[in-house]
Write a protein that binds this ligand. Structure first.
Ligand SMILES: Nc1ncnc2c1ncn2[C@@H]1O[C@H](COP(=O)(O)OP(=O)(O)OP(=O)(O)O)[C@@H](O)[C@H]1O
Ligand SMILES: [Mg+2]
Length: 400
């Protein structure tokens, strides 16, 4: 596509064996990715995993050390940034302070001598619901409004591919949620391809058709938000996207449809169809909200896994749900989320409880627990965002 052409639809993006080495550091390691035209794709991963580098490579602001980039089937690897049918909204949205909102949005069109620049700029502003502020200067806008202007400035060019690098980073939670929905609506309305970079798992899940979870310059898993959440392939994904209870043990039994894993003398059953490994040492897991707490030892039932007894060591009331930490000797600490159907927590610290979950709700990871390089290392760069937030909150409260 030639410079300045308006796309009437999104283009697909394909990264083939992309590698990026900086002097002394490999930021991207053999990245393969196909983003279908017209989709909302999120690249999700912790700080430093290579998200911005990937966007800069696609935008042409950085040259790959190896591999090819194709947009709409055309190899753009050798093209300069301005030749690519791509626009980027950076986290620092940098509007021109001396220009009005309208002039900011029309700027690129005017420079390329597009005929009805002003009318097109108004149209883009209407899309982000800011046309009524067209005459204002950026300094007279709130942070969220400025971000919307930056977005209008990018979509007015109708790039076949729009790159968004944490574009909502500066917004407070409520505005962020509102903008997420707006962005999604805009993407559906204009039908362009959006590549959205974020380290916020909730944001990725709310907005994207497809999420790629990135870790240390590689894609760990790619799929719909539901797939990644319900069937994580690695411990990294299981813990980065929400929280998980993971148990490692040897496979000690199997049927045609399930495996039984020995976890500290207890047997945990997982459907074969939901487990990547069926023999040897394996790691299996279950999400906290799939677990039910019981005061009495439950009757054995082949449809459910049982763990217990354990002691409740922590109760956090979060409004819609209560988060329990239950310590089970030999097994460790298990996280349980229970919806607050009545008022407040139903168990207290120190209570003895059993936990059950439907066998169908478990999953088995692809990680080799005894492998030479277990991918999940519980350090600050791979902890789930929610856990980090909680830790930060606890520190804040303790200091106060
Ligand atoms: N010019 C450079 N020279 C050397 N290393 C670099 C350079 N640019 C980036 N890196 C390194 O490459 C890695 C990936 O950086 P990148 O900016 O892509 O991370 P990111 O996933 O966008 O992180 P964040 O969420 O913090 O924005 C980091 O470890 C970074 O330090
Ligand atoms: Mg970044």
């Amino acid at each position: 596509m030639a410079t300045g052409a308006f796309a009437d639809r999104g283009a697909d993006l394909e990264l083939v064996g992309i590698q990026k080495r900086f002097p002394g550091f490999t930021a991207i390691e053999h990245l393969n990715l196909v983003i279908p035209a017209g989709s909302f794709f999120a690249l999700l991963g912790p700080s430093g995993c290579g998200k911005t580098t990937t966007l800069r490579l696609v935008a042409g602001l950085e040259d790959p050390t190896g591999g090819r980039i194709l947009i709409g089937g055309q190899d753009v690897t050798g093209q300069k940034a301005y030749q690519r049918p791509v626009n980027t909204v950076f986290q620092s949205y940098a509007l021109f302070p001396h220009m009005t909102v309208l002039e900011n949005v029309a700027f690129g069109l005017r420079r390329r001598k597009i005929a009805d620049a002003v009318a097109k700029a108004h149209e883009a502003l209407r899309l982000v619901e800011l046309d009524h502020l067209a005459a204002r200067k950026p300094v007279q806008l709130s942070g969220g409004q400025q971000q919307r202007v930056a977005l209008a400035r990018a979509i007015v060019n109708r790039p076949a591919l729009l790159l968004l690098d944490e574009p909502l980073g500066a917004l407070d939670l409520k505005l962020r949620r509102q903008m997420q929905l707006e962005l999604k609506t805009i993407q559906e309305e204009v039908g362009l391809t959006f590549l959205h970079v974020t380290h916020d798992q909730e944001e990725a899940m709310t907005m994207a058709d497809t999420i790629a979870v990135m870790n240390k310059g590689r894609i760990e898993q790619m799929g719909t938000p539901e797939l990644l959440y319900e069937l994580p392939r690695t411990a990294f994904v299981a813990n980065f996207l929400g929280q998980s209870n993971l148990f490692t043990g040897a496979v000690v039994g199997e049927t045609s449809t399930s495996i039984a894993v020995d976890v500290a003398g207890r047997s945990i059953v997982v459907p074969k169809a939901r487990s990547h490994r069926h023999a040897g040492d394996v790691t299996v897991g279950v999400r906290p909200e799939k677990i039910t707490l019981h005061r009495q030892k439950p009757e054995p039932d082949p449809a459910h896994n049982v763990i217990g007894p354990g002691r409740v060591t922590d109760v956090s009331f979060t409004g819609v749900s209560t988060q329990y930490l239950v310590t089970v000797p030999g097994v460790g600490t298990i996280i349980v989320f229970e919806q607050n159907r009545s008022f407040g927590p139903v168990e207290g610290e120190g209570d003895e409880v059993w936990m059950t979950w439907n066998v169908e709700h478990g999953f088995g990871l692809d990680d080799d627990p005894a492998g030479p390089d277990p991918k999940f290392v519980a350090d600050t760069t791979t902890k789930s965002i929610a856990a980090q937030r909680r830790a930060a909150l606890v520190t804040e409260l303790e200091e106060a």
